[in-house]
Design a protein around this ligand. Structure first.
Ligand code: ASC
Length: 150
């Protein structure tokens, strides 16, 4: 019984460590997943942006919380850009796969900018948040310009 349990656990561990490709049953699932993560990231990044732009009053706790969520979300979409998921309900451009190194560099730059924003936001200083926010937004735009259709 003990051996069976051990083997079951080992099999589960291997399954969980399987490449990203195997984690989505269908390309549509990967598309839905990455769009969801990007939507949540954009929503929370936008809430920080509303404070930066003065559209809503600055609330340090909310800014830090929203920036932390944006940082977490920024890590998720990339493994979901699996080969073969460039068709269907997606604006992904073929360059994501044909120029994978550039795409990786672009999304790593974005993740670093989101991490920086989250770190700065913990400090609760609106001016510092403003300084970190702009470059983070620029990394979103840069990736859209090169890798998103329209
Ligand atoms: C956002 C958001 C984006 C980026 C982009 C920056 O808040 O949802 O996609 O910033 O508009 O240019």
């Amino acid at each position: 019984m003990k051996i069976v349990a051990t083997l079951t656990l080992a099999a589960a561990a291997i399954t969980m460590a399987a490449p990203a490709q195997a984690q989505f049953a269908k390309p549509e699932d990967a598309i839905k997943y990455r769009k969801s993560a990007l939507t949540v990231m954009s929503t929370h990044f936008g809430r920080v942006g509303a404070m930066v732009a003065g559209r809503v009053p600055f609330d340090a706790t909310a800014a830090a919380s929203n920036a932390a969520i944006a940082e977490s979300m920024s890590k998720l979409p990339w493994p979901a850009f699996v080969e073969g998921s460039g068709v269907g309900d997606t604006k992904a451009r073929p360059e994501i796969w044909s120029d994978a190194a550039k795409f990786k560099a672009a999304n790593e730059k974005m993740q670093a900018a989101m991490s920086n924003l989250a770190t700065v936001a913990k400090g609760g200083n609106l001016d510092a948040i403003k300084t970190a926010f702009g470059p983070a937004g620029a990394t979103c735009k840069a990736c859209h310009d090169d890798f998103r259709k329209e």
